[in-house]
Design a protein around this ligand. Structure first.
Ligand code: GYE
Length: 333
């Protein structure tokens, strides 16, 4: 049911979609490039602007579209599924060539994706996946393997514990990403898989809650964790921004992040590397947000009717604290 707040947000979404439609006229949706071939119009619905990762991803998409000479229609859904649905509907109405979007949550997309299919507009998922029984509703996913990132986080925590000379029970607090989002579900799954297989006796997730992938969320939830579970000695945060927020609460509680509470997070944004070089985050599993160039490539292929792989994965690495200072200057996001 729509409560008043959601209704207002939905109304704003519709208004935004209307503006998009108006812009489409202005920037000429079906212009022709100098070479005579029709310019590709791409409608892109972004999740929001919740994290450093997301800002880097948005910049990458916009600059790659510009570089490729596409007509990009971009909208920010402010982490609201209903805003994404209205944006996609507006792209269908504008008859864009290809729709790409990074779905805020995994479920609830079938109806709008069927509308895109009926309009013969191919859909490319970027960054996050959806759950659907009809695989024909999207062409491909360009993005990371989040389950593997969760596994890598557990493996790197093994190294962090060894390095810190940690003895005794490992009491883990987990800051989850947005509830129902692919990276939150799959990172938790991958981490737990390694934990259950190899650390059933010594590791335990004592508290776990969503911080919505934001700094404010991480700060607030960590403060509550420290009240309810003052004995946690490890934090696994599903992204750097939540870890950075949590660090503020850990310090406010008179504890040392990176020492009293060992911290592993995912993303590898610049501020994460800064916190790591200051000794406050112990290790980071990289998740690459620079998906723009790969996305533009796929969009062109899809537009030309070429076949593409079902899942185009991104390459990424893992970093320990002692690598942070050296890696920092060359970080691109
Ligand atoms: O890790 C987080 C962002 O979907 C991979 O979303 C992305 C995640 C990323 O908000 O920082």
């Amino acid at each position: 049911m729509l409560n008043r707040r959601n209704f207002l947000t939905a109304a704003i979404g519709v208004a935004a979609a209307g503006t998009l439609a108006a812009c489409a006229k202005e920037d000429g949706g079906s212009s022709t490039s100098s070479g005579g071939s029709k310019t590709i119009t791409l409608g892109f619905s972004q999740v929001g602007s919740e994290s450093g990762w997301r800002s880097a991803n948005t910049d990458s998409v916009k600059s790659a579209a510009k570089e490729a000479g596409y007509n990009l229609k971009f909208s920010d859904a402010q982490q609201k599924q209903e805003n994404q649905i209205s944006a996609i509907r507006s792209y269908i109405a504008q008859k864009v060539d290809v729709i790409a979007f990074s779905p805020v949550v995994v479920t609830g997309w079938d109806a709008v994706l069927k509308e895109a299919k009926a309009a013969k507009i191919p859909v490319v998922l970027t960054d996050r996946s959806v759950e659907t029984s009809d695989q024909s509703l999207y062409v491909t996913l360009v993005g990371s393997d989040f389950t593997d990132e969760g596994r890598r986080a557990a493996r790197i925590l093994e190294k962090v514990l060894t390095k810190a000379g940690h003895k005794g029970a490992v009491k883990i607090a987990q800051l989850e990403g947005t509830t129902g989002a692919a990276p939150a579900i799959e990172r938790a799954k991958g981490f737990k898989e390694v934990m259950d297989a190899d650390h059933a006796d010594d590791w335990k997730i004592v508290v776990s809650q969503t911080g919505d992938f934001t700094r404010a969320g991480g700060k607030q939830v960590m403060a509550a964790f420290l009240q309810s579970n003052p004995d946690v000695n490890v934090l696994f945060a599903h992204n750097d921004d939540m870890a950075i927020g949590a660090i503020q609460s850990i310090e406010a509680a008179g504890k040392k992040p990176g020492k009293d509470i060992l911290i592993v997070s995912i993303d590898g944004v610049k501020d994460g590397f800064v916190a790591m070089s200051e000794g406050k985050i112990n290790a980071i599993v990289e998740c690459n947000p620079l998906l723009g160039p790969q996305l533009m490539d796929v969009v062109k292929k899809v537009k030309n009717g070429e076949s593409v792989e079902r899942w185009i994965k991104t390459k990424e690495g893992d970093y320990m604290q002692d690598q942070a200072k050296a890696a920092l200057p060359s970080r691109k996001y």
